[in-house]
Design a protein around this ligand. Structure first.
Ligand code: PLP
Length: 393
């Protein structure tokens, strides 16, 4: 009667959503200031002023039928041009506007890109821990997700990747800065990945794509990540403004196919075709224009850095084990007991809402989203300390 796979997806528990809803109920019971909700990756730093400024300007300047009407499926030409210009300016890549496809955020960018590439029997490799929706998106496209464990400090394990890439590999998905670990891959490791993919593509006799999931690109505390199109040719960038401009609820992003990609126009056509098949007509028009006009701007990453430093230093002093995040706004902390779920249940008793790592494809860790008001972090520290002390007894 109905598609069982879709029914299962709809009924599946989402640990993160459940925690978030539990948090909302608990806040109503004991007061928002007493619940330390670190569950969601919802940006806490406001969108930069250009966003509201451009929204108001667009409303004042644009006739309503243009402002709210359809654009062409791939996006408004001037928006695609502004994005291509920004990629050229920032990274030196001669990206033509014709290879930019506007989407409803990174989730839509990824589904369109995965559907564009996936053929019967294909495998997509992801570095574990990984964003849980990668499995949903690849399986919905009829492909298989192959998880390869990250190496030291959650960076790439190139030997493990080499072992996993085979004749069925269609693409490797990389996400840097990373959710949930905060790792930012170095230029050297990205170049080594590019070299590995070139070698494996030659062995396979057709390109193995690099899908670069980039919603956190600008949220970086050290040197900015190398642009993937500058280390490898068969690259599809899945970008979003959800985190960089704090526009998560507005659903706006894009897919960019590298101009150096094999048969780039055909790959782009497949992305557009996938978008069509998935029912994306065009991305939200007001926000297409807003992001085009805010090109090169981002939310204040220093605010996230202060949160990171406060929380990381405190947790380490209490005896927690966690690698210093180099980007994004997550701490990936080792659970002091083997079961992350059991640790999270204990944390809940201290009103700390943490996400167990199992859905990210590894066991024994928790994710703490520190994109929250700094006062919540300050108030939560005694709870984190008391929780850790329970393991000293
Ligand atoms: N990829 C990663 C790694 C993410 O963390 C997220 C959202 O948290 C997404 C993709 C989806 O982003 P968007 O909200 O732009 O669809």
């Amino acid at each position: 009667m109905i598609n069982k796979h879709m029914q299962k997806l709809g009924e599946e528990r989402s640990e993160i959503r459940e925690l978030f809803e539990y948090g909302a109920r608990r806040k109503a019971e004991i007061g928002a200031e007493n619940v330390f909700d670190f569950s969601l990756g919802n940006p806490s730093v406001p969108a930069p002023p250009c966003v509201n400024g451009e929204i108001l300007r667009l409303i004042a300047e644009t006739p309503a039928e243009t402002l709210h009407g359809y654009t062409s499926a791939a996006g408004a030409p001037e928006v695609r041009k502004a994005i291509a210009d920004e990629v050229r300016r920032a990274f030196g890549v001669p990206l033509p506007p014709d290879l930019v496809y506007m989407t409803c955020g990174a989730a839509a960018s990824l589904t369109a890109a995965v559907h564009a590439l996936a053929e019967e029997g294909d495998e997509f490799i992801a570095v574990a821990p990984f964003f849980p929706e990668y499995r949903v998106f690849t399986e919905a496209a009829g492909a298989k997700l192959v998880a390869v464990r990250a190496g030291g400090d959650f960076h790439l394990d190139l030997a493990a990747l080499e072992g996993a890439i085979g004749r069925r590999t269609k693409a490797v998905i990389v996400n840097s800065p990373n959710n949930p670990t905060g790792a930012v891959y170095t230029e050297a490791e990205m170049r080594a990945l590019g070299a590995l993919l070139r070698k494996k593509s030659a062995e396979k006799g057709e390109p193995i794509f690099l899908l670069a999931d980039e919603p956190y690109r600008e949220l970086c505390y050290g040197a900015p990540p190398v642009y993937p199109m500058n280390v490898y040719d068969d690259v599809i960038v899945c970008y979003s403004y959800s985190k960089s401009l704090s526009l998560a609820g507005e659903r706006i992003g894009y897919v960019a196919v590298s101009p150096r990609c094999t048969a780039a126009e055909k790959v782009f056509a497949a992305v557009a075709g996938a978008g069509r098949a998935l029912g994306f007509v065009c991305a939200p028009v007001l926000f297409q224009h807003v992001v085009a006009r805010c090109a090169g701007k981002s939310a204040d990453v220093e605010e996230y850095r202060k949160n990171r430093d406060l929380l990381w230093n405190a947790l380490r002093s209490y005896g927690y084990e966690c690698v210093l995040p180099e980007g994004a706004f997550y701490l990936f902390v080792k659970s002091p007991e083997p079961s992350a779920a059991a640790f999270c249940a204990r944390a809940k008793k201290h009103e700390l809402l943490l996400v167990p790592s199992d859905s990210f494809g590894v066991e024994g860790y928790v994710r703490i989203s520190y994109c929250v008001d700094r006062k919540i972090i300050e108030r939560s520290l005694p709870a984190f300390e008391a929780l850790r002390r329970e393991y000293d007894r």
